[in-house]
Design a protein around this ligand. Structure first.
Ligand code: JJW
Length: 447
């Protein structure tokens, strides 16, 4: 047994996102998003599930915030649904949508919980998609107008902002692998979208500074880690590129104002180039106040020719998997954090997502999800190690506060500390909720 103690002022929290929990998809003037469209496209989401009702948090947010208060968390990460604010992506804002987020944020503050707001967590207004979506630079302009209104509306109330959630997912997973909305399968499209997302991020940060907004702004990319299968150069290079797809591809522009040549060369070999316009790279490389990091899984990777985009084969090294099939690789969390510090410096970091899918169901009022506790524990141990190694971590938010709509997996994959019965919408605290309550309250746990 050892006590793992986090420093004074370290913040514990939980995270969610609008489309995954809110429901009320056609209420109070909300416009449609690309996820409303995608989830209605046969075959794209398991069981044909969609976010029409989700956890109904739009109507039940007071109950949810009471559960958060009892959980003892200091911070809560949520996202604003762009189509509630601008039902058509731009034009006139929708007062009812603004009112909802004011009521919601006021309730968080009244309960002593700090709001951390993501501006774009994948629910792009469908009307913008109809005009080209993130492939078009007009969407960048629309995003900046939306961001500006949010900074003005919620100035003084929301002090921590993230421009984008997981741009790797909203570019490559959505436009090259075709797994998420809008479900395209074209590498050039994905590379273009990734670039436009980064420019939109940079312009939003510039707007934040220009307004002299009170607070901090960052971004929340998802990262992974691959250890090479062997010391053979081809294994090392293949694993390096796979990590580079998630890390360097986004972080080099953000922190160095340039794309990594080992990756641009690779993509060029596949016929994809970045549509950089003059000034773009300076816009992207705005100074950030903090970096959000989402980490779930990592692998052992081995070179294998002609696998697709990359040449890195995931090796089953016998690591356990969570119920969604992702390998549990806590050491990868440590390694990628140290890698980020070594390459980009000691910017303050919030872990904006880390958590596990286990589909345990309630029985006699209890959900025995000891495997989730074990997963979080093992990742907190590695996080603590990273902090001892000089990684400047300020807080940890677990995904998720409650079970919710897990994108292409629909409602089949549960990540919550709180179980949601999707027939009755009844919330049941899991064993992990009670364990995390002690961690969040005490700032330490026994390992
Ligand atoms: C990769 C699957 C082919 C969310 C992926 C699928 C096919 C090579 C969880 N993070 O719900 C990554 N999440 O909304 C944000 N993060 O590939 C929040 N990444 O691969 C959570 C899914 C994901 C993924 C899912």
């Amino acid at each position: 047994m050892a006590i793992i103690q986090f420093p004074e002022g370290f913040r514990f929290g939980t995270a969610t996102a609008s489309y995954q929990i809110e429901g009320a998809y056609n209420e109070d003037g909300r416009g449609l998003s690309i996820w409303d469209t995608f989830s209605r496209t046969p075959g794209m989401v398991k069981n044909g599930d969609n976010g029409d009702v989700a956890c109904d948090s739009y109507h039940r947010y007071e109950e949810d915030i009471a559960l958060m208060k009892e959980l003892g968390i200091q911070s809560y990460r949520f996202s604003i649904a762009w189509p509630r604010i601008f039902p058509n992506g731009d034009g006139e804002p929708n007062e009812a949508g603004l009112d909802f987020y004011h009521r919601f944020v006021d309730c968080l503050l009244a309960n002593g919980i700090e709001p951390m707001c993501t501006l774009y967590h994948w629910d792009l207004p469908q009307s913008l998609q109809d005009r080209g979506g993130w492939e078009s630079r007009e969407t960048i302009d629309a995003f900046v107008r939306y961001a500006e209104l949010m900074f003005k509306e919620f100035g003084g109330k929301i002090k921590k902002w993230m421009t984008l959630n997981e741009p790797w997912c909203s570019s490559f997973l959505s436009n090259y692998l075709g797994v998420h909305a809008p479900g395209k399968k074209d590498l050039q499209t994905a590379v273009t979208v990734a670039h436009h997302l980064l420019v939109a991020h940079g312009q939003a940060v510039m707007k934040f500074r220009e307004l002299g907004a009170d607070g901090e702004i960052g971004i929340a990319p998802n990262v992974t880690w691959l250890d090479p299968y062997s010391d053979r150069q081809e294994d090392v290079d293949a694993a390096r590129r796979e990590v580079g797809w998630f890390v360097e591809w986004f972080f080099d522009p953000l922190f160095k104002g340039e794309y990594p040549s080992f990756m641009t060369d690779w993509f060029a070999g596949k016929g994809a180039t970045v549509p950089i316009q003059p000034g773009d790279m300076d816009i992207i490389a705005q100074k950030l106040d903090f970096l959000g990091i989402n980490y779930y899984t990592g692998h052992i990777g081995r070179y294998k020719a002609e696998l697709g985009t990359f040449d890195c084969e995931v090796i089953d090294a016998g690591y356990e998997k969570t119920d969604i099939g992702w390998f549990i690789f806590p050491e990868g969390f440590y390694k990628v954090l140290v890698h980020i510090k070594d390459r980009y410096g000691s910017i303050p970091i919030y872990i904006t997502e880390n958590g596990a899918c286990y589909n345990d169901e309630p029985s006699e009022g209890r959900v025995r999800d000891s495997r989730r506790i074990s997963y979080i524990k093992r990742h907190l141990v590695q996080l603590h190690r990273a902090m001892q190694s000089g990684v400047n971590v300020k807080g940890y938010l677990t995904w998720s506060m409650m079970d919710n709509f897990e994108w292409a997996e629909g409602y089949t994959m549960r990540f919550g500390l709180i179980h949601v019965d999707y027939n009755t919408l009844v919330r049941t605290k899991k064993d992990s909720y009670y364990w995390y309550k002690k961690v969040a309250t005490n700032g330490w746990f026994e390992n």
